[in-house]
Design a binder for this molecule. Structure first.
Ligand code: GLA
Length: 393
């Protein structure tokens, strides 16, 4: 509790007595299945209790006013219904603008503007999907304020379209899906090709999921991310010269071994191997969880990290240090990076009564190696994007 009253903030920023509506969209962690979404494979994410709040009301004219309590120095960003196209000067507000743009383009009736105040408590640059969180909170806000009928899957796809076309990051559908569909105490197994999905209860007995922020900002994330994706696409094109597949996600490990010679470039072959093996691991992980085999689940997490380190090369010294340190502690079932990589966060499944010593030891090792502290949070798995009644934090 910080005594932050978002409605009062809204009224003072926008100088109004109107009572706005309040919405929340979480961030996400991914338990396993990394860099598989854009390869037509499976992912296993969950929405967390950190997220983005949006407080807003509809206006009767055509003006949009956006304000973020996280970027107070930028102030209110204003634009008109007719001026919603990408504008670098609008900085973070391009995310909600993009969402409004694509809602309108797909035929939803938005003929007037809105005042919207945002507040996010997802740690900055941590790879917990703050951008997808802003997109989805804008989606649910617009849906309610303008009385739209937006299918949730459509809203998720519009969020991805904002990333891909409006912002220019070629990301997959995992983040928006996890945030749009999240369910308290459950993770979502999602087939990113068909969008078929199933909720799996996360019952960890006497363990908790720790989020470990390396506090290394993901500076190169965008360009390296797009490069990995292009390498996988090239590997797929090579395979398609002889076998009929639509995505790497269709291949079993055995089929990959049989046909990998078709992939000409050795680096692309490693990238594709990760995509195929990680997809198989994700399905196996769900089975382990269903059979309450937490030890087996943890081992798959560890293998996932090694594959992201050696074959996909998206970890880096910070994530590798923190994950190795986690592996070396008592009471740890598994640990791996989560999200795109190149910095950001790792997750670990840690025995509840070892948490304090875990934090102390891992941080000590981390600080010795990289010169600054990591930050630790206990992950709480919460619901997906929705309207909430209380805006007091
Ligand atoms: C980012 C992207 C997702 C996904 C992950 C890696 O979070 O937004 O679509 O590709 O990286 O698994």
């Amino acid at each position: 509790m910080t005594d932050l009253n978002l409605m009062k903030e809204f009224q003072s920023v926008f100088q109004t007595d109107h009572e706005p509506n309040t919405f929340f969209a979480p961030g996400r962690i991914n338990l396993i299945g990394e860099h598989t979404d854009y390869n037509g494979g499976h992912v296993f994410p969950a929405s967390i209790s950190f997220g983005t709040y949006a407080v807003g009301r509809k206006r009767s004219d055509q003006k949009f006013r956006f304000y973020s309590m996280n970027f107070q120095d930028i102030g209110i960003i204003e634009c008109d219904l007719s001026g919603l196209s990408y504008n670098e000067a609008h900085d973070w507000a391009n995310y909600p603008k993009g969402m409004v743009t694509y809602l309108r383009e797909s035929g939803h009736d938005i003929e007037s503007g809105a005042d919207i105040l945002f507040y996010g408590n997802i740690p900055n640059g941590a790879g917990l999907s703050s951008s997808a969180s802003i997109e989805m909170v804008t989606g649910v806000l617009m849906e309610t304020l303008f009385d739209l009928k937006v299918d949730r899957i459509e809203m998720i796809q519009l969020g991805q379209q904002v990333e891909n076309q409006y912002i220019g990051v070629n990301s997959g559908i995992m983040d928006q899906f996890a945030i749009g569909m999240g369910k308290k105490d459950h993770a979502i197994l999602l087939n990113c090709d068909s969008l078929e999905h199933a909720f799996a209860p996360i019952v960890l007995e006497n363990h908790v999921i720790m989020i470990i922020n390396t506090n290394k900002q993901r500076t190169l994330a965008g360009s390296k991310y797009n490069e990995r994706r292009a390498q996988c696409e090239q590997a797929l094109a090579d395979l398609q010269t002889a076998i009929s597949i639509k995505s790497l996600g269709e291949l079993s490990k055995k089929q990959f071994e049989q046909h990998k010679y078709l992939i000409k470039d050795e680096i692309n072959r490693k990238r594709a191997r990760h995509a195929v093996f990680e997809n198989a691991r994700t399905l196996e992980a769900l089975e382990k969880l269903r059979q309450d085999e937490l030890v087996g689940f943890g081992k798959l997490m560890n293998e996932s990290h090694r594959s992201l380190q050696k074959d996909y090369e998206v970890t880096g010294v910070e994530l590798d240090t923190v994950v190795q340190a986690a592996w070396d502690q008592d009471g740890v079932l598994g640990a791996r990076m989560t999200g795109a990589g190149f910095g950001g966060c790792a997750i670990a499944i840690v025995e509840r009564n070892q948490v304090e010593i875990f934090k102390k030891n891992v941080n000590w090792i981390y600080r010795e190696a990289v010169g600054y502290d990591a930050t630790f949070y206990t992950a709480m798995i919460g619901d997906g994007a929705k309207e909430i009644s209380e805006g007091v934090l």
